[in-house]
Ligand binder design. Structure first.
Ligand code: ATP
Length: 370
């Protein structure tokens, strides 16, 4: 049985469609990340799951129970907000126990549960402090702890790391992964940060304009993006998308653009030239000598950025700007012409019209020995 099932969920605000006909389901205890740019409908979807907002259409099931019309308190889900929503005048201990008190749990049981959770989250030494005496990361842990004391069926989190600096963000991610493993509960996590999704999720739903562009594991989404939108959203820098033409010479597929003339390792009949987006990840482009015998792209280096262990070079192929990423030194200098090797097995093609990934039937035979 699916732990969480969304069945045709939509939500309109007047003329605005924030969420449009979303259906997806998770297995037990997954870490589901709802990922997408600002305004794509992530928070609206999470608020509907929490019961804070009613769907305009569709059903929400938790462990097979239809909770669509139930108030939040009867859904047995716990929401962790971006701004932590802690009570400023209460100590950490009181903040942690507050929800249980409201539910009339006996004081002794509250104390036991609070100290279990405080142990789990390393909050013991902070129990007497008030929120203003805590760092951002500590407040974050208290907010999580407050959700955990209730042992909900799922945790719902809206950008919980967005107020943390880069270092704390990285360590809190690790904590969340380990917490998810220990608690064995479903997590639903909203973010616009693709690194959050890649590092923590067991499954990611990439949203765009209220719809799901792709639903899959982080590896599926990174390695086989279903659309140019997903390809351009994942990765740092994201996948290069080069406007190009797909054509066939005697059944052999080739893709051409300024600086690009690649024969593809598959056959097909493209009697009409087709406008495509050629997708290549920055780390799959390797600077080589101009007389390199294999498939290459040719361009000019604009800027080289030093990231410490790696460098990212911005290059121009005709008018298209692309990124090349590799260990430092990458061997490229601003202003020079460059030849970049690419493994044709690593390229992706998307329809320029629909943005959808182009694939070939299994009978397509790899036709090129590299
Ligand atoms: P962000 O990352 O910026 O928080 P989001 O992906 O969470 O964005 P939502 O907050 O779900 O996006 O908003 C989706 C769309 O619905 C946006 O166009 C937003 O302006 C609109 N919207 C959200 N809430 C309301 C509301 N109460 N009234 C009118 N429009 C709304």
């Amino acid at each position: 049985m699916a732990a969480l099932e969304l069945d045709g969920i939509s939500r309109h605000f007047g003329d605005t469609t924030a969420v449009s006909d979303i259906s997806l389901s998770t297995e037990a205890n997954e870490f589901l990340v709802l990922l997408g740019p600002s305004g794509c409908g992530k928070t609206t979807l999470l608020r509907m799951i929490a019961g804070l907002l009613e769907p305009s259409a569709g059903r929400i099931l938790v462990d097979g129970d239809d909770v669509t019309t139930r108030p939040p308190r009867d859904r047995d889900l716990a929401m962790v907000f971006q701004n932590y929503a802690l009570y400023p005048h209460l100590t950490v201990e009181k903040n942690l126990g507050f929800g249980l008190g409201v539910r009339h749990m006996p004081k002794k049981s509250i104390g036991r549960r609070v100290s279990e959770v405080a142990d789990l989250l390393d909050l013991g030494p902070l129990l007497r402090r008030r929120p203003k005496e805590l760092s951002g990361g500590q407040r974050q842990r208290v907010a999580l702890g407050r959700a955990m004391v209730r042992e909900p069926r799922a945790f719902l989190m809206d950008e919980p790391l967005s107020n943390l600096d880069a270092k704390l963000r990285a360590s809190t991610r690790t904590e969340l992964i380990s917490l998810h493993r220990r608690l064995d509960t479903t997590f639903v996590y909203v973010t616009h940060d693709q690194i959050d999704a890649m590092t923590m999720a067991t499954r990611v739903a990439v949203l765009n304009a209220g719809r799901v562009e792709q639903y899959g594991t982080p590896v599926e989404i990174y390695d086989e993006p279903a659309t140019a939108f997903v390809a351009g959203f994942m990765g740092s820098p994201p996948m290069n998308l080069i406007p190009a033409e797909l054509c066939s010479d005697d059944g052999q597929l080739a893709v051409r653009a300024p600086g690009v003339d690649l024969v593809l390792p598959m056959i097909g009949d493209e009697s009409e030239k087709r406008a495509v987006l050629l997708g290549i990840r920055p780390e799959h482009l390797v600077p080589v000598s101009a007389n390199h015998p294999g498939p290459t792209l040719r361009g000019r280096v604009d800027i080289v950025e030093n990231l410490g262990s790696e460098e990212v070079a911005d290059c121009l192929l005709g008018e298209t700007r692309i990124s090349v990423r590799g260990p430092r030194p990458i061997g490229l200098t601003s202003g020079q012409s460059t030849t970049l090797a690419v493994d044709p097995e690593r390229i992706h093609l998307f329809s320029a019209q629909s943005g959808r990934r182009l694939t070939w039937q299994s009978e397509s035979v790899p036709a090129l020995a590299l």
